[in-house]
Design a protein around this ligand. Structure first.
Ligand code: GDP
Ligand code: MN
Length: 380
């Protein structure tokens, strides 16, 4: 589970890592009040679980409280890589003399934590890895001994701008490893870790992933920090459907995880973009079909819907009934393409026909049809 920057910074604070003071705001007025309390130049930062917020315009400097209010007005509600900004972090702006990258990540191959540092701070580490891999210093950490201060100093001396900063950064590296261990993280990252002109070392950004398998050891943290469920996710959980939202425009309702993956691949293959992964499972309960339709329609990006059902234990006639009921109850404005084959497919076709619907048996045909519909909707 990824947590927001302000939540990650709370964990940092607990373990002694210096972070700028800051407050979360959900409205421009709250942002103004927070900036007033900080009483200095601030940075208003979109709280969304994606990287590159800066480049996307989600991070803005404000000299005064009024300006912080304006910047918050611009950022709140903004769409960053498909996520709507609902909260901003208003934080004291720091002057930057130099910046480095520092992280503790899980090295699955070595089966241990890995300290990663680079002199190229503020840049995405994937970029550094591609262009100047020699600027990344790594150190596997022995779980029996933990990260020893002398090891951290040796690493940080290779990436810090000067020896004094390296010593401060080495302390932070040890604390970051403590965060990683104590909170059961799969990632704890500071990018950038900065040195101010007066020589203080501060974590300006924070990115933490908590290991869901360890949730039972951190009940409070996991409960508090769990990202809010969307309407669709809540309904999916209640109905026992497995649902993952994606950023395309073709809603897919499929039975079985394997078929769901294959369907998404085929949608891509024919030039479309799936809006979701949605597996209604092996049972054939018309209620699940209705729920699936509701979930998909809760995503305003959806331009067309594809049902792709392979009847085995799932009976096609039950799915057809579900589709008919759902279409009867809901105001569905987007085209619906149905592909079904297998158990009771004849009955299913009859049911659909009675309601003026048709279905194909070919997966290629169904997917091509829905991709075309989605494109027509876009060009309209
Ligand atoms: P990201 O783009 O999502 O990684 O967000 P960051 O928190 O890393 O911020 C992006 C960039 O904004 C940083 O690399 C800095 O260059 C800049 N930035 C963030 N906070 C401050 C600050 O307090 N002072 C200054 N001068 N720049 C900042
Ligand atoms: Mn960053």
């Amino acid at each position: 589970m990824n947590i927001q920057e302000y939540q990650a910074k709370e964990l940092f604070r607990v373990h002694g890592i210096p972070v700028p003071e800051g407050e979360v705001a959900r409205t421009p007025a709250e942002a103004r009040a927070a900036a007033g309390r900080i009483g200095a130049q601030v940075v208003v930062k979109a709280q969304v679980l994606v990287g590159g917020r800066g480049k996307a315009g989600g991070i803005k400097l404000a000299a005064t409280a009024e300006e912080a209010e304006d910047k918050a007005t611009a950022i709140l509600g903004m769409d960053i890589k498909g996520l709507t900004v609902e909260e901003v972090l208003v934080t004291r702006a720091e002057d930057i003399a130099s910046e480095v990258y520092l992280a503790v990540v899980l090295d699955r191959r070595r089966k241990r934590a890995l300290l990663m540092a680079s002199s190229e701070g503020g840049v995405e580490i994937e970029e550094v890895a591609k262009k100047t891999p020699d600027k990344i210093v790594t150190l596997p950490i022995d779980p029996a001994y933990g990260l020893q201060p002398y090891q951290a100093r040796a690493v940080m001396l290779r990436v810090a701008p000067d020896a004094a900063s390296a010593m401060a950064m080495a302390r932070i590296a040890v604390q970051l490893y403590e965060v990683f261990q104590a909170e059961d993280c799969s990632l704890a990252e500071i990018n950038p870790l900065v040195v101010t002109p007066d020589g203080r070392v501060i974590a300006l950004d924070a990115k933490v992933s908590l290991d869901d398998n360890a949730a039972f050891r951190h009940v409070r943290i996991h409960d508090e920090m769990r990202p809010k469920e969307t309407e669709g996710e809540k309904l999916a959980r209640e109905m026992g459907l497995s649902y993952v939202k994606l950023d395309g425009d073709i809603g897919c309702v499929v039975n079985g995880a394997g078929l769901a993956m294959a369907t998404m691949d085929l949608v891509k293959h024919f030039g479309g973009h799936p809006a979701n992964f949605l597996d209604i499972g092996g049972s054939s309960n018309p209620k699940k079909v209705e729920a699936a339709m509701k979930i998909i329609l809760s995503d305003s990006n959806v331009k067309a819907i594809l049902f792709n059902i392979f009847g085995g234990i799932t009976r096609c006639d039950d799915v057809a009934n579900g589709i008919v009921q759902a279409l009867g109850q809901m105001d569905v404005k987007v085209p619906v393409v149905i592909r079904l084959t297998g158990t009771n497919e004849e009955q299913a076709r009859e049911i659909l026909k009675e309601h003026g619907l048709t279905a194909t048996t070919s997966m290629d045909e169904g997917v091509q049809a829905v991709v075309e519909s989605s494109k027509e909707a876009v060009s309209r």
